[in-house]
Design a protein around this ligand. Structure first.
Ligand code: PHB
Length: 379
């Protein structure tokens, strides 16, 4: 390339907004920093990913873009809602394959989110109608679901015995192996939002007296055992974790969130995983924001890998958090759901489609799912 061309290319690069600058996340060369957040969409009938997800995910794929798949149940006891995909059986692996292929064909990098709902479940989702399992036997008392709707009361869970915990760790390991077999580039362990791992992490819920309860170290033990097992199985360079130390979703809060976040960040460094994905303290439910004096900065500084932030980000404050070094990548949920070409719209500073909350969790394979228009008007 002639020198003149080269300097032009550099000028082009300089004129990019921070969210659209490239970033090397371990072995993955990302062309921009706009991540598809893991979004439950409840369109996976029979707890199996469906062919309509091929279009949904490929619509949101860019060359070198990073996508995190929706929460996928790691075992029969992990399910917490209707039409959630699983990743524990051969049929699940086969069902995910064409979806992952679709993302890869367009040059995207795709991680599978591994999820266990713990006590945020109900008898109807459990094998033989049994009680959901948790770190505790206390039920969720709040009737507010994290999406802001109200639901009938959650049942009292059954407290896992100390001896049962290695099996749940093993379920995560097998699910990670399955995800890689399905073609995913890596996995994100769901340690956030008041689900099973969070139910161990947080002192408002974890009332155990064994080695998985009590001290901060003990409460983090289960999470770290899961991370270690998954990293051993598929390589630490393909593993991320999502955490929400400040959140109180699903009745799952902590009296010292910053200490919890810092302890996790430092322990994760020892395991050498690829990324840590944290939810901003301003998010009190999935959809509501509040003023807070808390910040993720101490955790960002402590964690040595890639740091992803999520929670009500926009083009402006997303650019700002990258510029000031508050994060490497920003995950977008609602905006990406409603704007399949979000990176392009941010590039052009184009207007955004409005999201329709009433179809976030409906079961239709098209409406509110793959029918949001692209900028050029084509779906
Ligand atoms: C979440 O992480 O907020 C989440 C996960 C699974 C669901 C719903 C919400 O089914």
């Amino acid at each position: 390339m002639a020198a003149g061309d080269n300097s032009n290319a550099i000028e082009m690069e300089d004129s990019k907004i921070p969210l659209l600058t490239p970033y090397k996340m371990g072995r993955f060369n990302l062309s921009h920093r706009i991540v598809l957040a893991p979004l439950t969409r409840m369109r996976s009938y029979n707890f199996t990913a469906q062919p309509h997800a091929i279009l949904y995910y490929s619509q949101r794929t860019t060359k070198g873009g990073f996508l995190i798949g929706e929460a996928s149940a790691i075992s029969e006891t992990a399910i917490g809602g209707p039409n959630i995909p699983g990743i524990w059986k051969r049929e699940h692996v086969e069902a995910w394959k064409p979806i992952v292929d679709g993302v890869h064909q367009k040059g995207g990098i795709f991680f599978c989110q591994l999820w266990h709902a713990g006590r945020a479940s109900n008898f109807c989702f459990q094998p033989n109608g049994q009680s959901p399992v948790s770190s505790t036997d206390k039920p969720i008392t709040s009737k507010f679901r994290i999406d802001g709707t109200t639901a009938s009361a959650f049942p009292a869970p059954r407290r896992l015995t100390t001896e049962e915990i290695p099996q749940i760790v093993q379920d995560h390991r097998i699910a990670a192996r399955n995800a890689i077999e399905a073609g995913f580039d890596g996995v994100e362990i769901h340690g956030a939002n008041g689900y099973l791992i969070d139910q161990f992490l947080k002192d408002k819920v974890n009332d155990r007296t064994d080695i998985y309860g009590g001290s901060l170290e003990n409460r983090c033990r289960f999470a770290l055992e899961v991370v270690k097992a998954v990293a051993e199985e598929i390589g630490a360079d393909r593993v991320g974790i999502r955490l929400s130390p400040f959140a109180d979703y699903n009745d799952c809060g902590d009296s010292n969130a910053e200490a919890l976040g810092l302890y996790m960040a430092e322990s994760l460094n020892k395991l050498g995983i690829l990324y840590c994905h944290m939810i901003e303290p301003r998010m009190i439910t999935q959809f509501e924001e509040q003023q807070t004096r808390h910040s993720l900065l101490p955790m960002r500084k402590a964690f040595k890998g890639t740091f992803i932030v999520a929670g009500g980000y926009t083009r402006d404050n997303g650019n700002e958090v990258i510029t000031r070094g508050g994060a490497d990548l920003v995950a977008f949920g609602r905006l990406f759901l409603a704007n399949p070409d979000l990176p392009r719209r941010f590039e052009l500073n184009a207007p955004l489609n409005k999201y329709d909350r009433s179809t976030f969790y409906t079961f239709d394979p098209v409406i509110g799912y793959t029918d949001y228009p692209f900028l050029d008007g084509i779906v």
